[in-house]
Design a protein around this ligand. Structure first.
Ligand code: OXD
Ligand code: MN
Length: 595
């Protein structure tokens, strides 16, 4: 329990507003976790998976309308629209508060209000932040138990200090005697994922899906934290953190930003195909970074679990993830086999007859419908990852040697190159993009720019966010200790659409080059777009046939890059006066070098 007056008063006022049947303070114990899951099994909201095949694991199906983050219903409510910038949906804070007050009034009728104190970052670490989520979803509580440090120990550390208030409701009150559905939520255009950066509050209404409902993750650890980080001079980024050890036993940490669905989890848990190299995982989604006393940038993973995309995960593509989810895992929107095991596309086995798809219908292979939703998820404790780094919970973080940016770029962008300097690296981050296809997004083929992979996650004007990155370099205690910056692209294809690079575990060959480039132990080629490897320095031992593709993988096609510059011009036009001069200058310099 707590004697924190602000917290007690806040809970009381929300109970009055939301009118739940019960208020329950989560202690975060294993008993509580099991009890809530047992209750959800009894109510039909969850299924306990086969204990022999998936010990301690549970299965959920969402409402078909509630399967992903809802970017068009996600709001940044800064005082002015300008402060939110072109990339965010803006709403006036008092206007939004008024809407929310009406939405939340009585929204928990017939339900329990759970109070979930949580810490993003190791409990008590000076870089960690404490939030308290109020939710009417037991699914959210059990997921928060995995994804954060949660419960009474957080209240003990919090004492009488301040916390970030996070209010969540599925937005589906129950009338007297009304039977609940398995996955309550509000209709799509009645969802409000609202952030108030200036007062540091989150209000989320109408969705039970992870990114909209587990408010510690995207809402707090990225949108609100990015705003705080700018004020306080640190970084809150959509980045994985990985440790890499070379055959000589030397270790470095890299942080990497890729847009969603570019394989961050796979990279974070990579199994090297060249002997002697080792990869260990600190985090797969979010990095918080501050300068240490030695002037290096140190990163922590604020999360305690992985909320990963399931389809296409197999023993071949990511055996570490398969071992991670072997027990004590919550699966959402995958397929359920007749013997209560799970199945998904790309798992590497035949789909057993009688498997039920994520929409709870027996799968008909002739229908062409997938068994698992493409955004089906696992929620699993980080410490179950077979290659979790020994320092993953070190409150001081791990020192970052390199930043990697990248996206899915079938053409134009070579598979690795290094920034000329910090500002050039910030420029590279600011133009990150992924090629989309009509099939995936219902729009024309093209490049969706996703600067720093933060487009949906930056809690303020993205131009000011670029300026923050520029300033971080400018104000670094020791410029020579700043991480080096690289762009990677494992997604190059030839004109017939065939992959030029095998990817997955072979990406260690690119990481090896980056590792050496960090130490300046390889000579690089100075090209208009940055420093590139000599072919001989890419280790192709065991995949010699790929040598024929290296010229193409490492080519800088001036014509294509001039076309790319036109696209960058369009992208940069969005930022208006918020585009830092330093980046405008980097862009001019690039165009001049290409001439
Ligand atoms: C995620 C995302 O869920 O980036 O991690 O969408
Ligand atoms: Mn993510």
């Amino acid at each position: 329990m707590t004697t924190n007056k602000k917290l007690l008063a806040w809970v009381q006022s929300l109970a009055q507003l939301c009118q739940p049947d019960k208020v329950y303070w989560c202690d975060g114990s294993d008993e509580e976790y099991r009890h809530l899951l047992n209750e959800m099994v009894a109510s039909g909201a969850a299924i306990k998976l086969n204990e022999e095949k998936q010990p301690g694991s549970y299965y959920f199906q969402s409402d078909p309308s509630d399967v992903a983050r809802v970017e068009n219903r996600t709001f940044i409510c800064t005082n002015t629209k300008e402060e939110a910038g072109f990339s965010n949906n803006w709403m006036d804070p008092s206007e939004m508060k008024e809407i929310l007050r009406a939405k939340f009034k009585g929204c928990m009728k017939g339900r329990t209000m759970y109070i979930v104190p949580f810490s993003m970052g190791p409990l008590g670490s000076n870089i960690a932040k404490i939030g308290v989520e109020i939710t009417d979803s037991a699914y959210v509580v059990v997921n928060m138990k995995i994804m954060t440090r949660m419960g009474q120990p957080v209240l003990d550390v919090l004492g009488n200090s301040n916390f970030i208030p996070c209010v969540h409701s599925v937005g589906s009150p129950l009338a007297e005697g009304q039977k609940d559905v398995a996955w309550p939520c509000a209709p799509i255009d009645d969802k409000y994922i609202s952030h108030f950066p200036e007062t540091q509050e989150i209000w989320s209404f109408g969705s039970g899906y992870g990114g909209n409902a587990l408010l510690g993750k995207k809402c707090l650890a990225l949108r609100i934290a990015s705003y705080i980080a700018k004020q306080e001079g640190w970084l809150a980024e959509h980045m994985l953190i990985m440790g890499i050890t070379n055959p000589e036993g030397e270790k470095k940490y890299f942080a990497a930003a890729f847009p969603s669905a570019c394989g961050k989890t796979n990279l974070a848990m990579l199994i090297p195909t060249i002997p002697g190299w080792k990869v260990e995982t600190v985090g797969d989604d979010i990095a918080w970074m501050k300068f240490g006393a030695d002037g290096r940038l140190y990163a922590i993973n604020p999360e305690a679990g992985f909320f990963g995309v399931v389809p296409m995960t197999s023993m071949k593509t990511n055996s570490n993830a398969m071992l991670l989810v072997k027990a004590n895992t919550i699966f959402t929107n995958v397929g359920l086999t007749p013997d209560r095991d799970i199945w998904w596309e790309g798992i590497g086995t035949e789909c057993p007859a009688g498997t039920v798809n994520w929409k709870n219908k027996v799968h008909d292979p002739a229908s062409g419908e997938p068994v698992a939703h493409p955004n089906a998820r696992f929620t699993a404790p980080a410490n179950q990852c077979p290659v979790i780094d020994k320092d993953w919970e070190n409150p001081a973080g791990v020192p970052i040697s390199a930043f990697l940016f990248g996206g899915r770029r079938p053409s134009t962008v070579p598979f690795v190159y290094q920034a000329r300097n910090w500002n050039h690296g910030v420029f590279m981050g600011s133009v990150v993009g992924s090629e989309v296809t009509a099939a995936t997004l219902g729009v024309n083929d093209g490049v969706r720019r996703d600067p720093f992979a933060m487009l949906p996650f930056c809690g303020y004007n993205m131009g000011d966010y670029f300026a923050h990155w520029v300033n971080l370099g400018k104000n670094a205690p020791y410029k020579t200790k700043l991480p080096k910056i690289f762009n990677v692209n494992w997604f190059r294809k030839d004109e017939k659409g065939k992959w030029l690079w095998p990817g997955y575990g072979d990406n260690i060959r690119v990481l090896e080059w980056i590792f050496n480039a960090c130490d300046n132990t390889v000579e690089t080629i100075n090209t208009p777009i940055g420093f590139m490897p000599n072919k001989k320095d890419i280790n192709l031992k065991g995949i010699e046939s790929v040598a024929a593709n290296l010229d193409e993988l490492l080519s800088v096609n001036t014509e294509k890059w001039l076309e790319e510059c036109e696209l960058i011009e369009e992208h940069y036009a969005n930022f208006g006066i918020h585009l830092p001069n330093e980046l405008a200058e980097e862009f001019v310099a690039l165009k001049n070098r290409l001439k």
